[in-house]
Design a protein around this ligand. Structure first.
Ligand code: SF4
Length: 217
């Protein structure tokens, strides 16, 4: 992993219900979501992490990195869910080894796996990690977030600086080679040109998805 330190979660602006226990798994629409880190290499101004501890009523503000054993225990029987989704408060690929180990377990049960990522995985690990996900991940959602590098920096404040946007695009291209379904996503912030983002997503060979600001997962 690169020696750059991901942005840790600071104090949230709104507090969670005091009795809501932080969770490493949570259910949305019959899928099980895994919350494996709260750290991220972006600091998007719209990020839910800076607004609230609660996502769909679940407290995701864990203050530790859950172990593989804890995650597998929390998953239990993966066949109970339509899919298993890596989509926490933070960037899952910061914990690539955990992703791969969890996927190996989940795929033994034939379950469907989706990874929601900011697309910094190759920057984080200093190598192309996408081939390592082949056969383990069925679908990847990569946050494209903007139509150019300047806007991306303004909106997402990436730890890796101005080169990040092109690296995210490169990551999407790699995903298209190795992962059955790839979506490039944008969220509904006023600065972006949605049509241009869609054009870029399709040029990269990915599908395109627009998400509302509060549409988590
Ligand atoms: S990439 Fe996702 S988790 Fe990271 S700061 Fe942006 S919205 Fe938050």
């Amino acid at each position: 992993m690169s020696d750059k330190k991901p942005y840790k979660l600071g104090k949230c602006l709104k507090d969670a219900a005091p009795d809501a226990k932080p969770l490493i798994t949570y259910e949305i629409r019959n899928s099980l979501y895994l919350n494996i880190t709260t750290e991220c290499t972006n600091a998007c101004y719209f990020c839910v992490r800076f607004q609230t501890d609660l996502v769909k009523g679940y407290n995701l503000h864990i203050d530790y990195q859950p172990t593989l054993e804890e995650i597998l225990k929390a998953i239990g029987d993966p066949t109970r869910y339509r899919s298993i989704v890596f989509c926490g408060y933070g960037e899952p690929t910061l914990r690539l080894d955990i992703i791969k180990a969890v996927c190996q377990f989940v795929k033994q049960h034939g379950s469907y796996v989706r990874l929601v990522t900011n697309g910094h995985g190759n920057l984080i690990h200093g190598r192309n990690i996408v081939p390592e996900l082949k056969g383990l991940v069925d679908m990847v959602d990569v946050s494209l977030n903007a139509e150019n590098a300047e806007l991306y920096e303004k909106i997402c404040h990436p730890l890796y600086g101005p080169e990040t946007y092109e690296k995210v695009k490169e990551f999407i291209r790699e995903c298209v080679k190795y992962i059955p379904t790839v979506e490039a996503t944008v969220v509904g912030v006023k600065e972006i040109n949605i049509d241009k983002c869609k054009e870029i997503a399709l040029e990269l060979g990915a599908q395109f998805r627009f998400r509302g600001l509060d549409d988590v997962g």
